[in-house]
Design a protein around this ligand. Structure first.
Ligand code: NA7
Length: 553
């Protein structure tokens, strides 16, 4: 597939002079490396971790697993990989996903161009040179025409500012930075946070620990995963029809095989509604969210859904007072990220588990021996922060990114992130941000969306090369229009009615805005492909002259 491209002169004495620097070795980064090589470009992945996997490298806490079905939460790029790899469970565990990504790295011989333990700290665009200067924590310097910031939207852990964290004499871990060596959870354990990570970890920690105390700020809606091993014959059938399945997923709303019931929740009888919810509930995972078309649009329809979910919590939790604490209130069901659980609510029936509702009993401080609330003191050996991420912008904001005229990305995004198509940024030429803010990203099957972005940017870089260009930057006008559309679509839904990380609200001081495109992966793909087909009319394309057209490597 090699073709003539403006690539960096291949000078063996300058190994860090590249065509493309890719930051991060998760799903996006690995695929981007493969694709850049297919274009004949010299690319290197710089990855902070000691292994590949991105979010699936770092999030190795007990119970970590995906909650989109593995057969869809995987690369569609390589039909041969679909046949070769066999998922064991409907929702695979972190070790299996990490193994898969390592398998991909080996199968496509990606490792020679992946530099581990390399934390990128700066990326400055030099307009005269038409190159990005990329710096690392260890002081290494790289130079590249293009930067693909495959840093992930859930990669920078949120460490809330709770007084006394540094005085605690026991062990503190964060779900998003869980160590590779085993963590002894047999003693008294506290978990702070009850989002997806907490909800996955808590049932398992409860079984391991002598005692577990869960500090919950906002109760979350959770639906059962209904996880199971995938029987051999089912996997055979999936493999036989994989090409069709992969194709079908492209035309869905969320990028997975779930379909929306086009009825309104309000147009059916109460009994029919209950049956519809139950049928989807029994299918497991997010299916129940799509029981009716208007659950995330109409407050009244949403109320029927919230009531159903509340009944389910009360069925599972024996103590009505504890159930009461676990029932979410004050925001539409599904407007915060729905969690997918395996025995979460039932965990609160155990004698060794205590729930502390932080709205009533806030944490005052962490002490040398545990956690003190304004009413009690809990002595623990281990504190687990399951407090999530500085989502969408956290990883990028910690890199000193400077575009044209020295403009920093943090300055540009001080009122909230703005990215044309959620992938490129005006003022920051030749920078691509797979699954970036303003794209379907975390509001879709993120692996599907990562792949779509990487394929799109690969076609874009190919087009540039084939037409003698090496500079691309979206217009500010197009970017503004795009972000207005993202906002308009979000405001037509109930997503903006909850305090959530989608809105930046889990991080004090972060601008409040909905950070994903909610129009669905199919319209998004069609729109972005249309722009490519028209020759990128909303971008400035040019040749910066400096890099020579020297052909493929
Ligand atoms: P989430 O979903 O952001 O959950 C974090 C949890 O931590 C949530 O319950 C938060 O409560 C809680 N939290 C955050 N800050 C605090 C403070 N200061 N005090 C107490 N509790 C706090 O992150 P996860 O890691 O669980 O899941 C992230 C994604 O990973 C998930 O959506 C999937 O895509 C996989 P809050 O709700 O903010 O009141």
């Amino acid at each position: 597939m090699s073709s003539a491209h403006p690539i960096t002169e291949n000078d063996a004495s300058k190994p860090n002079q590249l065509d493309v620097v890719i930051i991060g070795a998760g799903f996006s980064g690995l695929l981007a490396l493969y694709e850049m090589r297919q274009l004949g470009l010299r690319a290197r992945v710089l990855e902070a971790g000691t292994g590949v996997g991105g979010v699936w490298f770092w999030n190795r806490y007990p119970g970590a697993r995906c909650d989109v079905e593995s057969v869809d939460y995987s690369f569609a790029t390589w039909p041969e990989l679909d046949q070769e790899w066999t998922w064991s469970e409907r929702f695979s565990t972190q070790p299996e996903i990490e193994k898969y990504l390592n398998f991909v790295a080996d199968k496509y011989d990606l490792r020679p161009d992946i530099q581990l333990e390399t934390k990128v700290t700066s990326a400055h665009f030099d307009e005269a040179e038409n190159r990005w200067a990329v710096g690392t924590e260890a002081g290494e310097a790289f130079s590249a025409t293009y930067v693909i910031a495959a840093t992930g939207m859930l990669s920078e852990p949120n460490w809330p500012d709770i007084k006394g964290r540094d005085v605690f004499k026991g062990r503190i871990e964060h779900t998003a930075r869980w160590p590779k060596d085993p963590v002894d959870l047999s003693g008294d354990v506290a978990v702070i946070g009850a989002g997806s990570s907490g909800i996955q970890a808590i049932p398992i920690i409860a079984e391991l620990a002598r005692s577990l105390v869960v500090f919950q700020r906002t109760p979350n809606y959770a639906v059962p995963a209904d996880n199971a091993l995938i029987p051999d014959d089912v996997m055979r059938e999936i493999k036989a029809s994989y090409p069709k399945r992969r194709q079908a997923v492209r035309d869905t709303y969320f990028g997975n095989m779930m379909d929306v019931n086009e009825q309104s929740a309000l147009e059916v009888s109460e009994e029919e509604r209950e049956q519809a919810f139950l049928a989807r509930w029994n299918e497991g995972s997010f299916n129940v969210l799509l029981s009716f078309r208007d659950l995330l649009f109409d407050p009244e329809a949403n109320k029927t859904f919230a009531d159903f979910l509340e009944r389910k919590i009360r069925e599972k939790v024996k103590d009505p007072q504890i159930a009461d604490e676990l029932v979410p209130r004050g925001y539409p069901a599904g407007a915060k990220r729905m969690c997918v659980d395996s025995g979460y609510f039932e965990t609160f029936n155990r004698d060794n588990v205590t729930l502390v509702s932080m709205t009533k009993e806030p944490i005052v401080e962490i002490t040398e021996t545990g956690i003190r609330t304004d009413g009690r003191e809990f002595e623990v050996d281990t504190i687990v922060f399951a407090t999530g991420f500085d989502a969408f912008t956290g990883a990028l904001s910690r890199i000193d990114i400077r575009g044209r005229d020295g403009l920093t990305l943090n300055e540009k995004w001080k009122d909230g992130p703005s990215a044309y198509l959620g992938l490129t940024v005006s003022g920051f030429p030749n920078l691509f941000i797979p699954t970036g803010p303003g794209s379907p990203s975390l509001l879709s099957n993120v692996v599907h969306s990562a792949e779509q972005h990487v394929h799109w940017l690969t076609e874009c870089i190919r087009y540039l090369g084939e037409n003698g260009y090496n500079y691309i930057e979206p217009s500010q006008e197009a970017e503004d229009e795009w972000m207005a559309l993202v906002d308009e679509i979000a405001n037509a839904t109930l997503y903006t009615k909850a305090h959530s990380y989608y809105m930046g609200e889990n991080i004090p001081g972060k601008p409040r805005m909905f950070m994903a495109y909610l129009g669905g992966v199919k319209p998004y793909r069609e729109h972005t492909e249309g722009i490519a087909e028209q020759g990128y009319p909303t971008f400035t394309l040019r040749s910066a002259g400096e890099t020579e057209l020297v052909g493929s490597r």
